[in-house]
Design a protein around this ligand. Structure first.
Ligand code: NAD
Ligand code: UDP
Length: 342
């Protein structure tokens, strides 16, 4: 099938483009490079061993989107293009509403007009807010704790309304828990702009010498060692889930909303230990105050994804840390260490 990957130059869209290509699909990437680069796409091409059609495009640009849709006959769209920093969303909520929500409306309209009726959408465990119960099931109460989370909640609702209005529209809404790791080649990986917000890329940058010490946000949570517990998931498992979800849309001809996680909770200090083993070096850290808005414990019940898509996470924590570290060690400055082709 021919698949339009919006946000395909980014971390998860890039890894998914690789798996799509490996599974025989033709990928077309569109991205505005607000949080990625052409260098990342050049590396993707190196991994798949073939050129990938690329369009520099903002998903809010309806004319540009229409042009891309008219150039190909897409069987489905995978929509990764969003801003994703929780802290930034609290400071600039309008930017998040515009980029994520307006962008998604523009994408949905372009799909309708081009008669493309299959969508795989990047949602997030953030739609559960601070969950009352773990493991979190898909029928748990939904709630936005910050503007970023609100955009995910609203986008899920918009997609749901479209599925109701158009009986032929099929969507797979994928609620990711904590994606980490990288392609085993070490050629592609996560390359955040500025200081990383997330634990894994921060540890990677400490290990490679770009940052001095990790700050552990709180050790007084009611957890195994007092630090926050999350459900970390290898990005290659996550990428595979997108292709499984696409198969589901085509074969079962039904829409679906599922959690994507391993189902296991890991504390910050357990994660630090696992990473130290993988990298073969110590990660110096300080315990500091809790980060505002953090939950104590969040992990998925991934049973529905297994039952419906036949998907299950396969990589363990050691593989996640090993692959994240390989990427960072080979690319200390991320994609910035590469000369960008024009
Ligand atoms: P990323 O920033 O690496 O990738 C997103 C890509 O979309 C980037 O290449 C960016 O340049 C592009 N983009 C953003 N706005 C755009 C626009 N208006 N037009 C065109 N391109 C645009 O992020 P990621 O980690 O790969 O996340 C992908 C998706 O998964 C996002 O929707 C994110 O909210 C969601 N998600 C991510 C995580 C995570 O921890 N990484 C967790 C849950 C959900
Ligand atoms: N965390 C931390 N130091 C950091 C970044 C994160 O201690 O520099 C903790 C954070 O409080 C949480 C866990 O690591 O308990 C995962 O945080 P991340 O931001 O990666 O994911 P999220 O909180 O969005 O699930």
């Amino acid at each position: 099938m021919q698949i339009l990957v919006l946000g395909g130059a980014g971390y998860i869209g890039g890894h998914t483009s690789v798996v799509l290509t490996e599974r025989g699909h033709q990928v077309v990437i569109a991205d505005n490079f607000s949080n990625s680069s052409r260098a990342a796409v050049a590396r993707l091409e190196q991994v798949v061993g073939a050129p990938l059609p690329l369009h520099e495009l903002d998903v809010r640009d309806s004319v540009g989107l229409e042009r891309v849709f008219s150039q190909y006959r897409f069987d489905a769209v995978m929509h990764f293009a969003a801003l994703k920093a929780v802290g930034e969303s609290c400071k600039k909520p309008l930017d998040y509403f515009d980029n994520n929500i307006s962008g998604t409306i523009t994408v949905l309209r372009a799909m309708s007009e081009a008669n493309v009726r299959r969508l795989v959408f990047s949602s997030s465990a953030t739609v559960y807010g601070d969950p009352e119960q773990v493991p979190v099931r898909e029928d748990a109460p939904l709630q936005a704790s910050n503007p970023y989370g609100r955009t995910k909640l609203v986008m899920e609702q918009l997609i749901g309304d479209l599925c109701t209005a158009d009986p032929n529209f099929r969507a797979a809404v994928l609620r990711y828990f904590n994606p980490v790791g990288a392609h085993p080649s070490g050629l592609i990986g996560e390359d955040p702009n500025g200081p990383p917000n997330n634990l894994m890329p921060f540890m990677c940058q400490v290990a490679v010498g770009r940052r001095e010490r990790l700050q552990v946000f709180g050790d007084d949570y009611p957890t195994v060692d007092g630090t926050g517990v999350r459900d970390y998931l290898h990005v290659m498992d996550l990428a595979r889930a997108h292709v499984d979800a696409l198969d589901y849309l085509c074969n079962k001809d039904r829409s679906v909303t599922v959690n994507l996680g391993t189902g296991s909770g890991v504390s910050v200090l357990q994660m630090v230990k696992a990473f130290e083993r993988a990298a073969g070096k110590a990660i110096p850290y300080d315990i500091v105050a809790r980060r505002l808005g953090d939950s104590a414990t969040v992990f998925a019940d991934p049973g529905l994804a297994h039952a419906l898509l036949g998907w299950k996470a396969e990589h363990d924590l050691d593989a996640m840390c090993r692959d994240a570290w390989r990427w960072q060690a080979l690319n200390p400055q991320g994609y910035g260490s590469i000369i960008q082709p024009d």
